[in-house]
Write a new protein. Structure first.
Length: 389
């Protein structure tokens, strides 16, 4: 451990005491005059998300629309499901698909997803992702969708969904695109390959590692491992041992999404020899899997590095859901994050509390409806709507 027991206890006492303090931590003294703070007008959670859904910022728009779809009492997310799928930005389309998938097996959500797959103007990778969640009864429509495409990089995501639904004709063009790297830079598509169970694609994945863009090499390795080829472990191991911390961090991004035994082993390797933020990432990821001392979350929540504090919020939520005995401490750590100076940390803390249930933190989340950052306001609004508050 990084701290002995008495020091951890002191950290725990100090950090948890912050939950009773004001909305921000003390920041370093600034010598320049600050910009005037414009108060944020109070709005209801629904009004905040509706305003975010009209934003020109696709990230905020995607978050807001997805939350409106998830929280809607109407089938298919009401008007928001159709609106999100019709958005011109693929990021918004993807967030809407994920929100509709969370509502399955609701009939209306399934019908919206099928209609989106059948559109030839939607992003093919988002359409393919949606198609992966359709049932066998829609296999013919998915097959028609990939046949309607003429470019290999657009065929691939729809062919994957068709192959997963039993269309063996889709395997050949899919394997060709994978082996030659004739794909979009779509990490989620490659990870879906690994989750497909289509081990007939392994030869294409092995060959493709020599041709794909650098950004897809690690996802290819993950897909290989998930389909039963352990040779992908060597690629991930080399990334964990790479002298460049950014490469190590990228490897951890993928390891934290894997449940294969090699993932835990490589996380431990990274913890033993990475730079400071890499060690924190690996330690907290292992904690989120139920391995380690949960008091480490307290130290991470108070770390000077914003990235470490964000990781603390992310893995506090995971630890609280994986290990019920740690749920109380996880909630307290997430409560600390609600007062963080960084808006990203505040937003992740809200999302973590939402996943565990707001319970006693409802009023503090309500206070963030007037946060200066629109992404924090949206996260708070969504959490309250999903909680029924």
């Amino acid at each position: 451990m990084l701290f002995d027991a008495p020091w951890r206890a002191q950290l725990l006492t100090a950090a948890l005491a912050l939950t009773a303090c004001g909305p921000r931590r003390v920041q370093p003294l600034e010598t320049s005059l600050p910009d005037a703070v414009v108060p944020v007008a109070a709005q209801s959670p629904a009004e905040i998300l509706e305003q975010g859904a009209a934003s020109l910022d696709p990230s905020l728009r995607a978050r807001s629309v997805a939350l409106l779809v998830r929280a809607s009492s109407e089938a298919g997310g009401g008007a928001w499901g159709a609106r999100g799928l019709a958005d011109p930005d693929a990021w918004v389309q993807r967030a809407t698909v994920e929100a509709l998938v969370s509502r399955l097996p609701e009939d209306q959500s399934g019908e919206l997803l099928l209609g989106f797959v059948e559109r030839d103007w939607g992003d093919p990778y988002v359409r393919g992702m949606a198609a992966l969640h359709l049932g066998d009864g829609q296999a013919d429509q998915v097959s028609m969708a990939w046949h309607s495409e003429t470019q290999a990089w657009r065929v691939a995501p729809l062919a994957l969904a068709a192959a997963a639904l039993g269309d063996t004709d889709a395997l050949e063009p899919l394997a060709r695109a994978i082996s030659t790297g004739d794909l979009g830079l779509e990490v989620e598509f490659v990870l879906d390959l690994g989750a497909s169970g289509l081990d007939a694609l392994l030869p294409a994945l092995r060959e493709g590692t020599s041709w794909v863009e650098d950004e897809l090499v690690l996802p290819y390795a993950v897909a290989m491992i998930r389909l039963g080829d352990r040779s992908g472990e060597g690629i991930l191991r080399r990334a964990v041992l790479d002298p460049d911390p950014q490469v190590q961090l990228e490897a951890l991004d993928y390891l934290t999404r894997m449940d294969q035994p090699c993932a835990d082993a490589l996380l431990r390797r990274a913890r033993a020899q990475g730079v400071d933020v890499v060690r924190w990432y690996a330690d907290l990821a292992l904690l989120g899997r139920g391995h380690g001392d949960a008091d480490l979350l307290v130290a991470a929540a108070e770390h000077e590095d914003r990235e470490v504090r964000e990781l603390a919020m992310r893995f506090a939520a995971e630890a609280g859901s994986v290990t019920p005995g740690e749920a109380r401490l996880a909630r307290q750590v997430l409560g600390v994050g609600l007062s963080d100076m960084d808006p990203t940390v505040r937003a992740v803390a809200i999302e973590g509390l939402s996943s565990l249930g707001l319970h006693g933190e409802t009023r503090r989340v309500e206070a963030l409806l007037v946060d200066e950052d629109p992404s924090v306001r949206a996260a708070a609004a969504g959490a309250l709507l999903l909680d029924g508050s």
